[in-house]
Write a protein that binds this ligand. Structure first.
Ligand code: NAG
Ligand code: NAG
Ligand code: NAG
Length: 258
């Protein structure tokens, strides 16, 4: 289980606590959903790695209503999309990949405290959040009849060398990626069955070029998806028979703290 936590702008709640004697009351989950959707977008945009969370449902909602602001305590059921947070997309704009390599695997829950100003519904803050995720175990996705066994490999950093190898191939074919390095290995799935063993890998990359002519691109981040294929007989991970890789680059200003 992985946990993400951030304390964003902590607004002074003292005034609220003084004016009302902590009258936290249950709120209607469905009615809170549009607000929860905006809150989740803010959470996604503040994250530095991983995949965009998509809102499945509001599992619990409580509200502490005062004169000028409402403080929401939300529990959001989320699932991990296939879009990197680096894409900075809204979670609703992350289309399911055309050819999904593996079935949906990661679900999670976010506990959020968010304050909405009552004078202006567009004006809100995410005070604090804590999201935890867990992979749906291989046992659930692998049934007796499935020809391919999927292993979701949790210790992704152990496969950094494989990511390097795939990126090297991409660099040979794409000159402007010469200065890129692997940043984080985000997902590694091994598929066994039939005549091939495949590793499906996602990793973020960073443009480490020191060129001063293009300061805008300095440290630009990207995201790569690589499929490495092995003959079943082969036990040496270092020598994939075939590598297919595709990368995209996001030229945004770096997020604070990255
Ligand atoms: C609502 O209140 C906030 C905080 O007091 C203020 O910054 C904002 O300008 C107000 N918005 C409107 C539309 O009055
Ligand atoms: C986040 O929530 C999980 C589950 O409730 C908890 O185990 C974990 O300690 C929390 N993390 C932080 C930093 O509060
Ligand atoms: C990486 O940065 C260099 C120098 O800033 C730039 O010339 C190159 O195009 C960048 N590569 C990509 C793929 O954006």
């Amino acid at each position: 289980m992985r946990a993400f936590r951030a304390t964003l702008i902590l607004i002074p709640l003292l005034a609220l606590q003084n004016s009302c004697a902590a009258t936290v009351s249950p709120a209607d989950c469905d009615a809170t959903e549009p607000f929860a959707g905006k809150v989740l977008d803010v959470i996604n945009k503040g994250r530095g790695h991983g995949y965009l969370f998509q809102l499945l449902r509001v599992a619990d909602a409580h509200v502490d209503q005062a004169e000028s602001a409402a403080v929401y305590y939300l529990v959001l059921d989320v699932k991990e999309s296939d879009c990197s947070v680096l894409s900075r997309k809204h979670w609703d704009d992350c289309e399911p990949a055309l050819s999904k390599r593996v079935p949906e695997i990661v679900i999670g829950q976010c506990k959020v405290i968010a304050t909405q100003c009552l004078n202006d519904s567009q004006h809100f803050r995410v005070n604090d959040y804590n999201c935890t995720t867990s992979s749906v175990s291989s046992a659930l996705t692998n049934t007796k009849d499935s020809p391919v066994l999927l292993d979701f490999l949790e210790e992704t950093e152990l496969y950094r060398e494989l990511a390097n190898k795939a990126l090297e191939k991409y660099k040979r074919e794409n000159g402007d990626f010469a200065a890129f390095r692997v940043d984080r290995v985000e997902r590694v799935v091994r598929a066994r069955g039939g005549e091939r063993t495949k590793y499906y890998m996602d990793f973020s990359v960073r443009n480490c070029s020191r060129s001063h002519h293009f300061p805008r691109h300095h440290n630009a981040l990207g995201f790569c998806r690589a499929d490495l294929s092995y003959d079943v007989e082969v036990s040496d991970l270092e020598t994939p028979e075939h590598i297919a890789i595709n990368c995209e680059v996001f030229n945004f200003e770096p997020l604070p703290g990255m």
